[in-house]
Design a protein around this ligand. Structure first.
Ligand SMILES: Nc1nc2c(ncn2[C@@H]2O[C@H](COP(=O)(O)OP(=O)(O)OP(=O)(O)O)[C@@H](O)[C@H]2O)c(=O)[nH]1
Ligand SMILES: [Mg+2]
Ligand SMILES: [Zn+2]
Length: 377
């Protein structure tokens, strides 16, 4: 925890502690262990807080190696070792970095846990990217937390431009609160706080340069995260934040800024997709064909809704692209599982062949080896 943070957590308990964690901790098998919360993960290791203001560098037992910022854990205080991760209430997961959609080694990586809200940040300058917003909302919903859209850098655009982009964001985020903020003029930061209750945990999601760390610093009222100028040439960020960190605000709420959640590769997110596109779902259910691709079929509920003006074409297109991406991912996962099973069976067959060979006399060996080669070819 960053020194100076005043929480509403009772003394002696980790930041963001509440009845849920009380119950979860007391029903876990934690004899001799104490509760803690992971507040930073960087090259130096894992830092936890046993109470607000506390910072302790620890290690993790093998079973707890995959801790992420926000995790609530059981700590062996003598050994300085995390023994257990308590079940996560929400978790932000994304596809592992560097793994493309069509490769077999698909895997998920958790990057933040136990948040109540996800602030989805998009800068008003250079401007809203609705496709990215749609994708980020899918991920935010999928985490189990509630998304809030935060349009940043309001001081860089005229009011009418901000209003138009806000309307566009609302169109792409039905049922989600949308805020325009500026950290330069303090604009909108107070109303953003109205949605947080003491002890609520907020993760920040957004592209590099969107202003996540600047927002953390502004809300914390002190420089707790590094900030870098966006490049003038292309207005892109520089991937400044290299460690995940949880910061406590004076109202007791906790913010999580992690480099892992600025990039947004979808990971199995069917529920998230349905939540983010809840406005489309009733129309999709009207399609005449179960395997409708919503591109040219007669009796397509979505195309009909576009024609009647009930849905916007760009919104349906965003949904179609994300749905295809998820489907491709699922197929990739199935393929990966099939491949794993095939390799396992092959290894088992080879092992049993080897056992047979040992049991056979020398003169039978050649023939048996030929049989093995036949089978493999
Ligand atoms: N004018 C203006 N600039 C802002 C505002 N918020 C952020 N910036 C600038 O945007 C740039 C990027 O901000 P960061 O907070 O580092 O962005 P980030 O999202 O944390 O980026 P990564 O750590 O790379 O993921 C910095 O130059 C900030 O000063 C704002 O409200 N107004
Ligand atoms: Mg940052
Ligand atoms: Zn259809």
């Amino acid at each position: 925890m960053t020194p100076g943070g005043r929480g509403t957590t009772p003394p002696g308990l980790p930041p963001g502690w509440n009845e849920h964690w009380d119950e979860a901790f007391s029903s876990a098998d934690v004899d001799g262990l104490v509760p803690c919360r992971v507040i930073r993960i960087d090259k130096g290791g894992i830092t936890v807080a046993r109470q607000p203001g506390d910072e302790l560098l620890v290690v993790a037992a093998k079973s707890a190696r995959r801790v992420v910022v926000g995790d609530v854990c059981a700590l062996d205080p003598e050994a300085g070792r995390i023994e257990q991760i308590l079940p996560r209430r929400t978790v932000f997961e994304r596809r592992s970095p560097g793994v493309s959609r069509d490769q077999l080694q698909l895997s998920a990586r958790a990057v933040a846990a136990n948040m109540d809200l996800v602030y989805v940040l998009q800068p008003l300058d250079p401007g809203l990217n609705t496709m990215r917003l749609a994708r980020e909302l899918v991920l935010a919903w999928e985490s189990g937390a509630t998304p809030v859209v935060v349009l940043t850098k309001a001081d860089l655009v005229d009011d009418d431009v901000a209003a138009a982009q806000r309307a566009e964001a609302e169109r792409f985020a039905p049922g989600v609160e949308v805020h325009c903020v500026s950290t330069r003029s303090d604009g909108g930061l107070d109303t953003l706080g109205d949605g947080r209750s003491p002890n609520s945990v907020v993760a920040l999601l957004g592209a590099s340069g969107a202003g996540k760390s600047t927002l953390v610093n502004a809300l914390a009222g002190r420089p707790v995260q590094l900030v870098a100028e966006v490049r003038d040439s292309d207005r892109r960020g520089r991937h400044t934040t290299t460690a995940g960190q949880m910061v406590q605000l004076s109202d007791g709420s906790l913010l999580i800024d992690t480099p892992g959640i600025r990039s947004v590769g979808l990971w199995s997110a069917d529920d998230g997709l349905e939540r983010a596109f809840a406005d489309l779902v009733p129309f999709a259910q009207q399609c005449r064909f179960d395997d409708c691709t919503h591109t040219n079929e007669p009796g397509c509920g979505l195309l009909g809704a576009i024609e009647r003006g009930d849905l916007a074409a760009d919104r349906v297109e965003a949904w179609r692209l994300l749905a295809i991406e998820l489907e491709t991912l699922e197929e990739g996962l199935e393929e990966r599982d099939r491949e794993h099973r095939r390799q396992r069976n092959q290894r088992a067959r080879r092992r049993s062949k080897r056992r047979d060979l040992v049991a056979l006399g020398d003169e039978d060996l050649d023939e048996a080896q030929w049989a093995d080669d036949d089978e493999l070819s």
